[in-house]
Each structure stands twice: as structure tokens, then as C-alpha cells.
Design a protein around this ligand. Structure first.
Ligand SMILES: [Fe+2]
Length: 475
């Protein structure tokens, strides 16, 4: 801990504990769960940071755990289980950490085929092709049983990918045709490449496009529209000489070089044509909010950070000590003139992250989005998410929020689930950690009335870790 004021008391109790795998009917639920909410919520996130006396340094290092909440006519069932990665199996057998982490490296640590991280598949979880897939950074997804969460094995899209294919954690489904889009960066000192994949709803590869990159950018997320894919390329650049040559972690091998500038790269989704770049302020973007086309323009909506955020994911559990301002920004891009037409920034800058717009609005015109924010952002010292916020482009800013009581935290992308029969009705789900009482719960909100507080509270038998990304699958 640093000497600054502790802006996140007891945060260690949210990270440093042994997660309990379980499956049970949730009892003690208070409030009201809308009857139309029938299906399963999924969340992935790191849930083990210590083994055999060793502690991981970085939030991204922890082993992935899936939490599921099944909302049925006969009740609500919670199930959580670690993702059965090669990493987890080998380390369980060895009784200690074996593989280098994103932010933790040590003498004698191992890599996958000696070249890349053996992934913990701890970032996201999405239903696809009748399966449930757990994704990691630059890794093959793992197929899970959607009910028991038992791991079935690595999923390679019928042989289209292999264990070293670069494949990001932010796969996205186009609601208009069920296609799954994703990307991966081929790191190379001489010819770094951006790969863009599109699969049909049944697992068949429709196309793979390759675009040359100027630098070995660290890229976590992307956006798509009906005709384009869009990437925010920040000057956070991977130095493989350090990673391979010096045994450094990914975190130690990433260099922030703002003098190289930031660009938004837009490429046709299907046509075999090169993309184009537009220059934007030299900021960092971890997550895009959404993209869509309107009036011949491509809207690229992002969470724009003054500086990279990965350095703030350490040291566990003292996170976000010096997190920079971050704000929702819309870039209006003319794809014919290949020019940036306008940059529209919201004023809310309390480190918003984990944006959600509703799955049926991916790649389509939308107005509202939901994010988590950090109320103490801007002050030095560890801190964590404690605001649930709704932003609206029509309103031009954040228009609704709920703030957790002091010393309590929120976690997991606040997934927005819209009533299929009436998309005006929206429920937002997130994790609420109460470390002073050593417990946690899930909260359900009316997405259009956050400030009135949760509409339902779902107590957890065992506390869980703050997760990363989430999804909801209707029955
Ligand atoms: Fe992410």
C-alpha cells in the first residue's frame, strides 16, 4: 500500500480469497425480477491470485472463473466454476504457478510453445453456435457446458484456428445475421499484422482479412458496422525483445510512446480492400462502446483514456492508484473522404469502463450505454468501481447513475438486457461486493432508472471476484 489515503478500504478482501465453486438455488432474493427476464447471465473474470505462497502482481493474471445466473420460471440458480484451461490443470498438478502471467514473470516460468502466454481465458464469455465459449487475450476459446460450466475443450472453429492463432477476447456477434467477428494481432518485429475474422452462425470461417500495422500495437477491442470494422490503435507498443529475450511479463514489455500518435483504423468488412487511418488525439482506448453507420458516416464510439490503463491493474489488490481521466467519445468518420469529421466528448471522466449497449444493438444505431465508474478517480491511491452510470448520446453526457455506499464496490460489465417484446424495458446486472461484511450479491437495476436503486438483490452464498465481461442468453 502507498501512503496516500485509502480510497478503497478492504479492497484486498475482494481479490485475495479462494473462490468456492458451487451451484445452488438463490434464496433470500429481495425486490422484483421482471417476468420477461428468462435466460442465463454469464460473467468471466480472474478469480485466483495466489498459489503456494506466490501472489500474482496483475489483475489480468488470475485464472478465469465463470459465474452464471439462470433466471427460470421456477427460480434463480447460481453456478460458478473455474475455466478448465491447460494452465489451470498443469498448475493444479504442480501445486504452484507454472506459467508466466500478463503482469507476473519469474525465473523459470513457462510459455505456450515457448512463444506466448499460456492463457488463463479470464476475459469474456459468449454464447455462439449453440455453445458457450470462454475467451482470453490472444487465445483459443474454450467450450463450456452452458449449464454446468464444465469445460469440454478448446474450440478451434472446425480447424480454422490453432493454439497460436492470435484471437482476441472481444468476439462480437452481428445481430442481423448471427455472424461472429473477432480479430487478432500477429506480432512481428518486421511485419506486424491485424487479422480480422468473420464466422457464420454455425462455426464456419466466412473470411479472414489481413491488414498491415505500422507498430506492434497492444489492441484489446474493436467495433463493427454493417460494412466496416474499426480499431483504435494506441501507441502502447509491444517489445518482444523484452518478452522473449529478457523473460519480462507482457506488462513489462509494453511501452507507452505517445509521440507515435493514435489513429482510428477503418477497414471494409468484406471487400478485399485496404483500410484507412484517421489521426486522433494521442490517447489510449481499451474498450469501444459501439460503432454504426448513419448518413454515410461511420460513428466510432470509444472510452478514451489519457493514458494506458493496464498499469493501473497492479499491484493486486491496490488497483487504479494513478488512473487517468477517461471519457466517452464519439468519432464521426467519413469513409469516402477518409477523414475525421468530428470528435464529440462527454464530460463524465471518472474512468468509465466495461461498456454495454444491449446485444441486439451491436453495430447498429443506439443511444444509451451503461458503464462502471470510479468516483474517486483523479485522487492518488487505490480505488475501485463504485458507480453504475448510464450515458446517452442524445443527452450528450451521463444522465443517470447509482453510487454504491462507501467501502462497497461494483464489478462485472453491467450487461444491459432488453425485453425482446419491448426494448424500452431494460435490466442492468452487476456484482456488488460488501467486504466489511465479507459477502457479495448481484444487483438488478431498471436500466432507465439507476438512481432509484436496485430493483432486486440476489444474495450470494459465497463471495465472488469482480469480473470482467458478461453476456446474457435468452431461453
Ligand atoms: Fe475487455
Amino acid at each position: 500500500m502507498t501512503a496516500e489515503k485509502d480510497l478503497a478500504p478492504l479492497l484486498e478482501k475482494c481479490f485475495l480469497f479462494d473462490a468456492t465453486e458451487d451451484s445452488y438455488e438463490m434464496t433470500g432474493i429481495t425486490g422484483r425480477i421482471p417476468e420477461w427476464l428468462r435466460g442465463t447471465y454469464y460473467m468471466n473474470g480472474p478469480a485466483r491470485f495466489e498459489r503456494a505462497g506466490m501472489r500474482y502482481h496483475h489483475w489480468l493474471d488470475g485464472d478465469g472463473m465463470i459465474c452464471a445466473i439462470r433466471f427460470g420460471a421456477d427460480g434463480v440458480r447460481f453456478t460458478n466454476k473455474f475455466v478448465g484451461t491447460t494452465k489451470l490443470k498443469d498448475e493444479e498438478a504442480a501445486g504452484k504457478f507454472v506459467y508466466r502471467g500478463f503482469g507476473t514473470a519469474w525465473e523459470g516460468d513457462k510459455l505456450l510453445r515457448g512463444v506466448m502466454l499460456e492463457p488463463p481465458n479470464n476475459v469474456s464469455v459468449y454464447p455462439y453456435n449453440g455453445k458457450l465459449l470462454a475467451f482470453g487475450e490472444q487465445a483459443l476459446p474454450l467450450e463450456l457446458d452452458p449449464v454446468t460450466l464444465e469445460t469440454k475443450g478448446y474450440y478451434d472453429f472446425d480447424g480454422a484456428l490453432n493454439e497460436v492463432t492470435p484471437f482476441a477476447a472481444h468476439a462480437k456477434t452481428d445481430p442481423t445475421n448471427g455472424h461472429l467477428l473477432n480479430f487478432g494481432v500477429s506480432f512481428s518485429m518486421t511485419e506486424p499484422m491485424l487479422n480480422v475474422f468473420e464466422f457464420d452462425p454455425h462455426g464456419e470461417l466466412v473470411r479472414r482479412r489481413r491488414h498491415k500495422l505500422e507498430y506492434q500495437h497492444s489492441v484489446h477491442d474493436f467495433g463493427f458496422t454493417q460494412n466496416y470494422v474499426a480499431f483504435y490503435l494506441s501507441p502502447l507498443i509491444m517489445d518482444f525483445a523484452r518478452f522473449w529475450g529478457e523473460g519480462a511479463s507482457v506488462m513489462e514489455s509494453l511501452k507507452w510512446e505517445p509521440e507515435k500518435g493514435s489513429v482510428i483504423f477503418v477497414a471494409p468488412r468484406s471487400a478485399k480492400e485496404p483500410g484507412f487511418r484517421v489521426e486522433v488525439p494521442p490517447c489510449y482506448c481499451l474498450h469501444l462502446i459501439n460503432c454504426f453507420e448513419e448518413g454515410g458516416m461511420v460513428m466510432v464510439d470509444v472510452l478514451e483514456m489519457d493514458r494506458p490503463i493496464y498499469v493501473e491493474y497492479q499491484p493486486v489488490p491496490d488497483l487504479f492508484p494513478t488512473a487517468s481521466a477517461c471519457r466517452p467519445v464519439r468519432f464521426v468518420i467519413d469513409p469516402v473522404k477518409k477523414q475525421l469529421v468530428e470528435r464529440i466528448a462527454m464530460s463524465y471522466d471518472l474512468a468509465p469502463d466495461f461498456p454495454s449497449t444491449g446485444a441486439h444493438l451491436q453495430g447498429a444505431k443506439y443511444d444509451a450505454f451503461w458503464v462502471l465508474g470510479i468516483g474517486a478517480n483523479g485522487l492518488p491511491g487505490r480505488k475501485f468501481f463504485d458507480q453504475l452510470v448510464k450515458g446517452s448520446w442524445k443527452a450528450g453526457d451521463v444522465c443517470d447513475k447509482w453510487i454504491a455506499p462507501a467501502g462497497e464496490y461494483l464489478g462485472g460489465e453491467p450487461v444491459a438486457v432488453m425485453n425482446p417484446a419491448n426494448p424500452e424495458e431494460c435490466v442492468v446486472i452487476c456484482v456488488h461486493s460488501i467486504p466489511a461484511e465479507d459477502r457479495g450479491e448481484y444487483l438488478l437495476f431498471d436500466g432507465h432508472s439507476l438512481s432509484t436503486g436496485p430493483i432486486a438483490r440476489l444474495p450470494l452464498k459465497n463471495k465472488i471476484h469482480a469480473g470482467f465481461h458478461t453476456s446474457f442468453h435468452f431461453d
